[in-house]
Ligand binder design. Structure first.
Ligand code: FES
Length: 73
């Protein structure tokens, strides 16, 4: 599904860019040109960004806490 119609950018492309290191709307604008024309997609792009960053943080946090737990003897 297209998130940014002006630049034909899909949600999958945005999620992939985040997985590859984009951390801000400005990063996504630079990489994919989202929100660089009419701007109607800005809120939706920001929602995809926030949701994906939260997913990444949650995954990392659960992995880190599990890895940092002391082992039973
Ligand atoms: S829909 Fe993204 S800039 Fe127009």
């Amino acid at each position: 599904m297209f998130v940014c119609v002006c630049n034909a950018v899909t949600e999958s492309q945005i999620r992939r860019a985040i997985d590859e290191g984009a951390l801000t709307l400005a990063d996504l604008r630079t990489r994919l040109a989202v929100a660089s024309e009419c701007g109607y997609c800005t809120v939706q792009v920001d929602e995809v960004l926030s949701k994906r960053l939260l997913e990444i943080a949650t995954t990392r946090a659960s992995g880190q806490s599990a890895g940092s737990l002391p082992t039973a003897r």
